[in-house]
Design a protein around this ligand. Structure first.
Ligand code: 4AD
Ligand code: MG
Length: 465
């Protein structure tokens, strides 16, 4: 091998015209190999782009024996002249001079042989599926969205605030928490009345994985002004749906001095920014996914960016559903927690636009939401999206100590003293929301199942890889 600096496939393809006529050094995995007895064509991919680089092996230079290990999935190092390509489908190609094999992938054993494996098949091969075009595209978009999120908040002067993953409180009050314990489950210590004695547990109390960083986020916002969290959250709900994961990532901005309208404005601007960023920076990957799965994807993304979201009180939403005459699987009446089919009716059939639904009945929302003057509804806001349903949940927070304390007592919550200090000392109106990161990735990629937009999905009865 000569001493030539390696270039990525993305680099070579982006600068093909300038580089043509030069020798290049490239490394990657073989996607496919085809050809005849004079020449063999290899499609090489190194993860830097959805596009492959064509490597041409002249069989007067390379023997069958040398090329035998060059099969789908094997990893190789090639040097050769970059030339304008004669064939269709690529502008440049490499005429191989030198070949080094890093690792073979026995075709009898390597599971990703043919194109067009089903997404179900690939879910069982989640440790390898990143190597397919589809999943590499999804994961590059996922990366771009994560980067866009940090950029959006950083540019606005928000601080990235790290909240704990192990917690002793239950933010959403849904009770869907995973316990964290070092107790020997075969020999659990008991108190005199027969209950588990958590005094002997690692933290000296009962703890779980967090369902949300919000409560700690509020402590951050009442000190730093505007913060956001971006981390994993865990929910032990037994929801086997294409929109639920047991481990998912959430972004939770929390802003002092923001009222509900400011909160809605921020949520709308934020989501549009992320989608625009992906449209601009992930054009090839989005085009690939549109071609293979969902022709309307680019159109749908642009539509969301270009149109105002509808803002509608829950009570109005319920009235529209009741008057729609549509037969829903689950009943609709004032006070019900809307099901996905109801949310999607409003968004996809009635308004044909994203909807921000506000002012929900207090009974179906978390304890911390600010009570409206009617005494019945709270200043909640859910952002509902086509194909997804709820993508964001948020609210203005109850900043009045007495009202919040009353609600906490009513619900019988305990251990909230540290949280209530935000209201005891220098309380301010404040608001925030949580965006489910995978639901955003789901929307932007047009994939159908949330398990296909995170590298290693966690869901009930499944924790492999
Ligand atoms: O509506 P949720 O439960 O709100 C909260 O956790 C608040 N503490 C947020 C806040 O105000 N700071 O969850 C927020 C979002 C949902 O809108 C949804 O997008 C996503 O998190 N989400 C899930 N995503 C994947 N799998 C699950 N099991 C999810 N549960 C919620
Ligand atoms: Mg919610």
């Amino acid at each position: 091998m000569k001493d030539i600096k390696r270039k990525t496939v993305a680099d070579i393809l982006a600068h093909g015209a300038e580089l043509a006529g030069q020798e290049v050094d490239v490394k990657g995995w073989v996607r496919t190999r085809r050809g005849n007895k004079n020449v063999q064509f290899v499609a090489l991919n190194d993860g830097s782009t959805i596009n492959n680089l064509q490597i041409v092996f002249d069989l007067s230079k390379f023997s069958d024996e040398q090329l035998r290990p060059v099969t789908t999935g094997s990893s190789i190092h090639v040097q050769g002249l970059l030339v304008a390509s004669q064939g269709k489908g690529q502008s440049v190609e490499v005429q191989a001079d030198e070949l080094q094999i890093y690792g073979t992938a026995n075709p009898e054993e390597y599971p990703l042989q043919k194109k067009g494996h089903s997404l179900e098949f690939l879910r069982d091969k989640a440790h390898l599926r990143q190597r397919t075009n589809t999943f590499s595209a999804v994961l590059r978009i996922r990366h771009a969205l994560a980067f866009a999120i940090h950029k959006f908040f950083n540019d606005k002067g928000f601080y990235y605030f790290h909240t704990p993953l192990i917690t002793a409180s239950d933010c959403e009050g849904a009770g869907a928490q995973f316990q964290v314990t070092t107790l020997d489950l075969n020999d659990v210590p008991r108190t005199e009345d027969g209950k588990v004695d958590y005094n002997n547990d690692f933290f000296g109390r009962q703890t779980s994985l967090t369902v949300s960083g919000q409560l700690e986020g509020e402590l951050g916002a009442t000190a730093l002004g505007c913060i956001y969290t971006f981390g994993p959250t865990f929910r032990a709900e037994n929801s086997n749906t294409p929109r639920h994961l047991s481990e998912f990532w959430m972004i939770e901005p929390e802003m002092a001095f923001y009222e509900i309208e400011d909160n809605m404005d921020l949520a709308e601007e934020f989501i549009k920014y992320c989608i625009s960023y992906a449209l601009e920076h992930c054009a090839d990957d989005i085009a690939f996914l549109a071609d293979h799965f969902d022709k309307e994807l680019p159109e749908r993304l642009r539509f969301v960016v270009e149109n105002d979201f509808v803002r509608l009180p829950y009570t109005e939403g319920v009235r529209i559903l009741e008057e729609s005459g549509k037969k829903f699987e689950f009943p609709v009446y004032w006070g019900v927690d809307l099901a996905s089919e109801h949310e999607r009716f409003l968004v996809e059939e009635h308004f044909k636009k994203p909807v921000i639904l506000t002012d929900y009945p207090k009974e179906i929302k978390a304890f911390y939401m600010k009570l409206n003057d009617d005494g019945k509804t709270v200043r909640a806001m859910d952002v509902l999206f086509p194909k997804i349903g709820e993508i964001i949940g948020g609210s203005q927070r109850e900043e009045n100590l007495d009202k919040l304390q009353a609600r906490i007592d009513e619900l019988g919550l305990t251990g909230m003293e540290w949280y209530l200090d935000t209201r005891r000392f220098g309380t301010v109106p404040h608001s925030g929301f949580g965006l489910g990161f995978e639901r955003l990735v789901l929307f932007v990629t047009g994939m159908q199942n949330i398990r296909d937009v995170i590298p290693f999905p966690r869901f009930p009865k499944n924790c492999e890889f």
